[in-house]
Design a protein around this ligand. Sequence first.
Ligand code: 4NP
Length: 154
Amino acid sequence: MGKSVLFVCLGNICRSPLAEAALRGEAERLGLEVEVDSAGTGDWHIGHAPDPRAAAVARRNGVDISGLRARQVGPQDFHRFDHIVALDAQNLADLEAMRPAGAKAELSLLLDHVEGREGQAVADPYYGEEEHFDAAWADVMEGAKGLARKIAGR
Ligand code: 4NP
């Protein structure tokens, strides 16, 4: 049976939708069966489409994320997903505080899955410029590659 992965950032309109798209692409490339979703710790953007700048960087890299809609992470997600992967340290701390006792999900930071980048954050591009979205895309691609390799067991 395939593994399931939930990516979590603050708004679920910039970084985690990009991570979701990156892992989907990587899983497809590797022929890996994996269920992928994303969510935010905050509630401001529930039901919203990805930020246009996030959709644009995905499009520049050949991926359409415009159909995704933001949702908020909740305690039930810890029973549903094998891996919950935070984009930055604050997201991780918020998830740790929410984690129900006995839930199966393994918590990590996305860049923990990249050798030499353990503990690093994918910087929030929301108040940044296009180049910050390009940097976020590069980071989530690197993280998705490392994570996919681990899930594939190689
Ligand atoms: P994300 O970016 O966490 O990567 O989706 C943000 C989106 C919205 C806000 C902050 C960060 N906000 O403050 O509304």
